[in-house]
Write a protein that binds this ligand. Structure first.
Ligand SMILES: Nc1ncnc2c1ncn2[C@@H]1O[C@H](COP(=O)(O)OP(=O)(O)OP(=O)(O)O)[C@@H](O)[C@H]1O
Ligand SMILES: [Mg+2]
Length: 388
């Protein structure tokens, strides 16, 4: 038997691993029905009356509380109704106003040229298309805080102004964010709407996580391949953060570990192993969105913090360490202004915390630290990522 046949013939606990993918949204979301109903109520007039009605809502909650899943699920339901479209834009990936609108426009007009149009013009084209085709759009701006400070406020202003333009309004907005402070950058009328139309998702309790995991166990594994004790342990561990993503990742890694050992069932020992390999506050997608220079700045921060046993670093130290990392990786280090942009970007996407210190004194400095993730863990992830 060939090596490949042998490997492929090995038994697996998984029936369908794709049901554990982060972007898979199950058709039922345990413990989020109430929140979906709330969204439906907020958008009731839009869904009933169409013309002249548009509305906006804000979905918020901690990491892994189901914001993206709930919003996408709402989108699926809305699309089932005639005349309604739903577009989900991840603003981390499409991280300027023009990239974000372009992404929306493209889903209606795939041939629309990428360059040469202002945000306003693209929004106008979008409204024209909607009018011509007699469609109404629900637009979800996920991780909308990533747009802020990059004329994202303008985009939201233009969109919401169009949404206020009652007679012709065909676009309703769903803002999705962990960070409520993004509201401060909006104009007063949008802000006040977003104060009342809020859907807040609390962290999941242990029991809720057990139900969420139970559903995935059924979808992704063969019957009886996951012991209830393993599910219990994973729910318990993940409930410290209330994070469903972390719970599902632990379940997946536990299954992988069981397969590695050619074990018949996933047992608590596999879950304990998985726990050592995973960190709840770490989001791999963040790294996917960073280019090599930004990754190297982050690596410099992680390495320095691990080696120095300190909580904060000055930008000066980090810059030096960054230049060293560049050398090691055969990348040309960039000059100070550029470096400073990298730091700001990393802060904006939540990969580092940058705090101005000693304000008022001569030469204020910025102190950098890592939010929640252990430096050693991040360093390991970055090393792997940079050598992909
Ligand atoms: N109630 C639920 N039922 C089933 N799966 C869920 C539920 N809530 C979340 N999930 C799953 O957990 C994972 C994380 O959820 P989601 O991506 O929606 O979190 P989020 O709040 O958007 O997190 P982030 O702030 O990191 O963007 C996804 O795989 C999602 O499908
Ligand atoms: Mg999300």
């Amino acid at each position: 038997m060939s090596l490949l046949d042998e490997e492929l013939g090995r038994p697996s606990v998984f029936r369908d691993e794709s049901k554990l993918d982060f972007d898979y949204v199950p058709s039922k979301l345990p413990h989020r029905e109430e929140h979906l109903r709330r969204l439906a109520r907020i958008f009731r007039t839009v869904l009933e009356n169409r013309v002249g009605a548009s509305q906006s809502a804000l979905v918020t909650g901690r990491v892994g509380s189901g914001k993206t899943a709930v919003t996408r699920r709402f989108g699926v339901m809305v699309r089932e109704r005639r005349e309604f479209d739903y577009v989900h834009v991840n603003c981390r990936r499409h991280n300027t106003a023009s990239l974000a609108v372009y992404r929306v426009l493209q889903s209606f007009d795939s041939g629309h040229p990428k360059r040469g149009y202002s945000v306003e013009e693209m929004i106008d084209s979008l409204s024209r298309i909607l009018r011509r085709r007699d469609r109404y759009l629900f637009l979800a701006l996920d991780e909308v805080d990533c747009l802020m400070g990059k004329n994202g406020g303008d985009l939201i202003y233009s969109l919401s102004r169009m949404a206020d333009d009652t007679s012709e309004s065909r676009i309703s907005l769903i803002y999705v964010t962990r960070d409520l402070s993004f509201r401060d950058q909006l104009d007063e009328s949008t802000r006040s709407t977003l104060r009342s139309n809020v859907v807040e998702l609390g962290p999941y309790s242990r029991d809720e996580l057990r139900d969420i995991l139970g559903q995935r166990v059924e979808l992704a594994f063969y019957p009886d391949r996951v012991s209830p004790e393993a599910v219990e342990l994973i729910s318990d561990v993940a409930s410290d953060w209330g994070n469903a993503r972390f719970a599902i990742e632990l379940l997946w890694k536990s299954g992988k570990k069981a397969d590695d050992e050619v074990a018949e069932r996933v047992v608590p020992e596999h879950a304990r192993y998985a726990k050592g390999e995973t960190h709840p506050e770490f989001r791999k997608e963040v790294l996917d969105g960073l280019d090599d220079n930004r990754l190297l700045v982050l690596l410099a921060v992680a390495r320095l913090l691990r080696r120095s046993d300190r909580a904060y670093l000055t930008t000066g130290e980090v810059k030096e360490a960054y230049s060293r990392e560049c050398e090691n990786h055969g990348v040309k280090p960039r000059k100070h202004t550029q470096f400073w942009h990298y730091v700001k970007d990393l802060d904006r996407v939540g990969a580092v915390d940058a705090d101005l210190s000693g304000e008022g004194e001569r030469g204020t400095t910025t102190l950098l630290s890592l939010p929640d993730v252990p430096a050693e863990f991040l360093e390991k992830q970055l090393d792997e990522h940079l050598y992909r």
